[in-house]
Design a protein around this ligand. Structure first.
Ligand code: NBP
Length: 479
């Protein structure tokens, strides 16, 4: 086998096949393909003669078909299959070659794998790839980690296949080792929050105005022409418009209301808990899916007391309130996601350019949205921005959305309409801007039962009240 391919793909299920076809369609690429079950490889090659694939049926032949430095993208099921394929490639690759994992790996696995592979002299790059099968075929958003050396070879190849937004490819070297998969994880977490917020907006409008799904589809289509323009708003209109062929009902009314999850949202929240970052919007979105998927509990609780929904007096102004509440809550979710990126970068020693991340999410990926440009601008104008929500553009949205946001959350509460993401976003906002929080009382309680100590607002040092010894205050540390 002669080394004729400049890039290879291992794992030819839907994502790998589409990525291989995307690679093959770009000038200058010759793509080697390999899959554990050879039938899949044969099928792909037979179905796409135009791609000029170099087919292998063994890992050894696959390696031999690649020019040096060998570069291969793994697109197999995340977890043990990824480890198995890495082990096979390490056997046949040489120092300087590059192994890319394009699957949805947990970033800590990527850190572990990068360390182990690097010890052999081979480069390992964990690359988050977003956009589903369509994105893989026509241009995804790509978030690669790994070494600068690997990026030099890989960068031009990934740029050639990535989505393009406003003339720029949606790929950047995110940072070293697991940084790419970390940022992809946050992307997915934000995606969960965005979807939940949109679902709550739909529910509030439906219950508050009595409009049909098809009518609400038109509202989302209209919103998509303005500042909320995004892929998720666009597809929401499509889903709401869809009529079930079997029953003639709106499809959304015949889909079982139990949301599934593949775990990346939960990873985002678990990691945020470890890092101490309040990603309440994302967490509520993950929990909302969990709650929906508890049919027995929901059936048992369905008779509990509480108000039912009533129609609003002025549907048009209510719909505008919901639009603004959605925008404000969405900004909170993105801001919280970026906070987690900052905390992760600090914990794991990555230099992540936040403005660049917002840029590469503008195309190809599920959370692509017009307002990501505003995030890039905010970080460009003030690289030391402490928290995204305080940037002037977002402040302006909060000024505009303020009253609407509160009316919508109040309406949801008084009408018994669950709105965990809307409500928690507003609570987070109020918590963040509060001059004083009841955390002071929590510190007092902690000191009472556990002598956990507290600091004072008027003096340096650490203090403890001797609660059972005359309630005298003592200073326990002069720092
Ligand atoms: P799957 O996640 O369904 O994985 C199927 C592939 O893994 C097949 O090529 C299969 O080979 C291979 N494989 C398995 Br399973 N075990 C293996 C092993 N022990 N050794 C070698 N190969 C093995 O494919 P997918 O949906 O195309 O996704 C690929 C990756 O991309 C995943 O990590 C996924 O999380 C990620 N991703 C998917 C999407 C999406 O929208 N689907 C989006 C973004 C990222 P076989 O043919 O021999 O069984």
């Amino acid at each position: 086998m002669s080394a004729t391919a400049n890039i290879g793909v291992v794992g030819l299920a839907v994502m790998g096949s589409n990525l291989a076809r995307n690679l093959a369609s770009r000038e200058g690429n010759r793509v080697a393909v390999y899959n554990r079950s050879p039938e899949r490889t044969r099928e792909l090659v037979a179905e796409h003669p135009e791609a000029g694939f170099v087919r292998s049926e063994s890992v050894k032949d696959f390696a031999a078909s690649l020019s040096k430095p060998r570069t291969a993208i793994i697109m197999v099921k995340a977890g043990a299959p990824t480890d198995a394929v890495i082990d096979q490639l390490v056997e046949v690759f040489e120092p300087g070659d590059i192994i890319v994992d394009g699957g949805n790996a947990l970033f800590t696995d990527t850190i572990r794998r990068e360390r182990a592979v690097r010890a052999t002299g081979i480069n390992f790059v964990g690359a988050g790839i977003s956009g589903g099968e369509e994105g893989a075929l026509h241009g995804p958003s790509i978030m690669p980690g790994g070494s600068v050396e690997a990026w030099q070879t890989l960068g031009p190849i990934l740029k050639s296949i990535a989505a393009v937004a406003e003339g720029e490819p949606c790929v950047t070297h995110v940072g070293t080792d697991g940084a790419g998969h970390f940022v992809k994880m946050i992307h997915n977490g934000i995606e969960y929050a965005d979807m939940q917020l949109i679902a709550e907006a739909y529910d509030l409008i439906r219950q508050g105005t009595g409009k049909s799904p098809a009518e609400i589809a038109e509202i989302f289509a209209e919103w998509n022409k303005g500042e909320l323009e995004s892929y998720l708003i666009e597809i929401t209109a499509e889903v709401l418009r869809q009529v079930d062929a079997a029953t003639g009902k709106p499809l959304v009314d015949v889909i079982l209301d139990q949301a599934g999850a593949k775990g990346t949202g939960a990873w985002t929240v678990q990691t945020a808990l470890d890092l101490g970052v309040p990603v309440s919007g994302i967490a509520e979105a993950v929990f909302a899916r969990s709650l929906s998927s508890k049919p027995e509990q929901r059936a048992a609780a369905s008779g509990l007391p509480g108000p039912g929904a009533t129609l609003v007096a002025d549907p048009d102004s209510f719909i505008e309130d919901v639009r603004l509440a959605l925008f404000a809550s969405k900004i909170i979710a993105y801001s919280q996601g970026f906070d987690e990126i900052v905390a992760g970068a600090s914990e794991y020693g990555w230099e992540i350019d936040k403005g660049e991340i917002a840029k590469i999410w503008r195309g190809g990926c599920i959370i692509r949205a017009q307002f990501l440009n505003r995030i890039t601008e905010a970080f460009a104008a003030d690289p030391g921005l402490v928290v995204l929500v305080t940037a002037p553009y977002f402040r302006g949205i909060f000024e505009r959305a303020q009253d609407s946001w509160r009316r919508v959350v109040a309406h949801a509460a008084s009408n018994g309409i669950p709105s965990p993401a809307f409500s928690s976003s507003l609570s987070y906002y109020d918590g963040l801007r509060a001059k004083r929080l009841p955390a002071a009382l929590v510190q007092g309680q902690r000191d009472f039962f556990g002598a956990h100590t507290y600091r004072r607002i008027d003096r340096e040092g650490v203090f403890h009240t001797l609660w059972s010894e005359g309630r005298r205050e003592v200073q326990v540390d002069s720092n």
